[in-house]
Write a protein that binds this ligand. Sequence first.
Ligand code: IVH
Length: 676
Amino acid sequence: MTAAATRAAQLRDQLNHHAHRYYVLDAPEIPDAEYDKLFRELQAIEAAHPELRTPDSPTQRVGGAVLDGLAPVRHAVPMLSIRTETDTTAEGARAFDARVRRELELPADAPPVEYNAELKFDGLAIGLRYEHGLLVQAATRGDGETGEDVTQNVRTIGQVPLRLRGDAPPLIEIRGEAYMRRDDFERLNERQRAAGAKTFVNPRNTAAGAIRQLDPAGLADKRLSFFAYGLGEIGGWDQPATHSATLDAIAAFGVPVSADRAVVHGAEGLVAFHQRIAARRDALPFDIDGVVYKVNSIALQQRLGFVTREPRWAVAHKYPAQEQLTRLNGIEIQVGRTGKLTPVAKLEPVFVGGTTVSNATLHNLFELRRKGVRVGDTVIVRRAGDVIPEIVGRIVEARPGYVPNFRMPKSCPVCGSAVQREQGGIDHRCTGGLFCAAQRKQAILHFAGRRALDIEGLGDKLVDQLVDGGIVRTLPELYRLGVAKLAALERMADKSAANLVAALEKSKRTTLARFLYALGIRHVGEATAKDLAAHFGRLDRVLDASEAQLLEVNDVGPVVAKSIHTFFDQPHNREVVEQLRAAGIQWDEHDGAAAGAPKPLAGLSVVLTGTLPTLTRDEAKALLEAAGAKVAGSVSKKTSYVVAGAEAGSKLDKARELGVPVLDEQGLRRLLARGP
Ligand code: IVH
């Protein structure tokens, strides 16, 4: 009995430690299978001794009862909102700083005010109440005075610790935002689409709906995340003197705090932060609708106080909206690389998410029907991150007259081949294969893409000309293009022709992973291509691998294995591969993972920031990964090195703050050559 209790406590500690590494730091120390093993061991002990089931046991995250309703929770400290500065230009930040200085009655020559600048997350505000380190309640904001008890649902968020790390105070309520990452949202919608089910509108609504739902089963497929940004009620704890130090303390308790924050001075510091984040907004893995500035000193915050329900010491400074209304002018069909027919909305151009959008995807016929959009409707367009703009819905209003429902064509609008839909499938496909010019064009564009063979200058206009003119019919034919033939094309200067020939020449030196990805095998994305290359090491081994051998590769399941095997089983595909090799495409081969290539940097976690003088970010990442290092997105105490180039931002500040060693490109090369 005592042995079981001791072991259970040990397992809880270990599992909570690894959950923190995995969910919060994004730097796991053990493989998933090992975690699962420990988890099952704890489950078995708890099944045999139910009295050992503690509220902070990781087995207790999921599976509560279906609720009748959410119980009200009275906030001891009201959950306020912040004033929004809608002027999206730099003036918004200057106006806030001027107001703070006026209200603090600072003379014109007083030094600049210190602020903490952070992101404005787009999700649902949540307060997490910890008593003696144990999560006892999670509540929504509600009307600010009274929220709703959502403890059961919040417990399922892996990033929210069930027990705080370190020396936790008797009482601390940590406030922040529950949100959904864009990739988790896209994956959820991919699955919905594949199942022919209703898709979700945007990450914010999905996260908010998930947190407030009564049946915990509905959360199983929705992975949520959390960022802390402040405090509610505290007891028996000396809060640090600044907001930035408070966030550091919260992070040390094991609760995620975004690394994209900075202590800045005066209006110009705020403006610089606003601009720096604006430039990176699309590259962030989650939606933000602005940034938040807070007076950093808690004493000054107290002096400034509140007006009605909003603090005078904080403001939200917005960015242009990621959803806008516009008119649907028409629907066209696009034929993709795999022959898939996608209905594309032709829109009245609209400024959304920082660019002008005039096309948006409608994904497939079923989704188009479900959204009920017809030509002439006012529709909601969403563009967030580098995701292609899409139509998420329409405004219901009277239609001027009869508008026919959209139908999929029976034959391919590009090549005239028959259009088919797989039995029970969602997608319509052109059956023309590489006979279809659209599929050929897309195959070439994919091959030339930045993450594939990276042939600079081979854009869609040029590919149109090459394919429509019958100049390039197969991928290997690209390498037979000469300057003379190219320069004869319309709008092609001699110099651009020479540049393209040089780019083609340069692309011949590549990696096996890029080459495999470039071939455009169905279901083989960049990650799978990397896994294949690491596993097999040589192209011939991939070519001749059986489905069973392919299944041994990390993350390759039956569908992917079959797709790869079928691809290389086709004589014409093998011929394309042979011709590409004959054209001079080459890479370094090795004996595959089985032979255990040396991994001098295994176990290190490295963060890249800024622009390096000669290496691109992708190149630096590939070199580090090849040496066994993990490339992480944010800096923490566990980061081994930060590699910083020009215009490095908050990650560099963070590294210095935490004392993480910082390398330049030369330092990186030294590390790669000599090891740590
Ligand atoms: S501070 C007293 N910081 O924006 C200040 N709020 O109206 C309380 N939000 O729904 C809020 N990111 O959930 C703060 N970094 C951030 C935030 C943030 C998002 C949300 C918050 C609330 C709204 C404020």
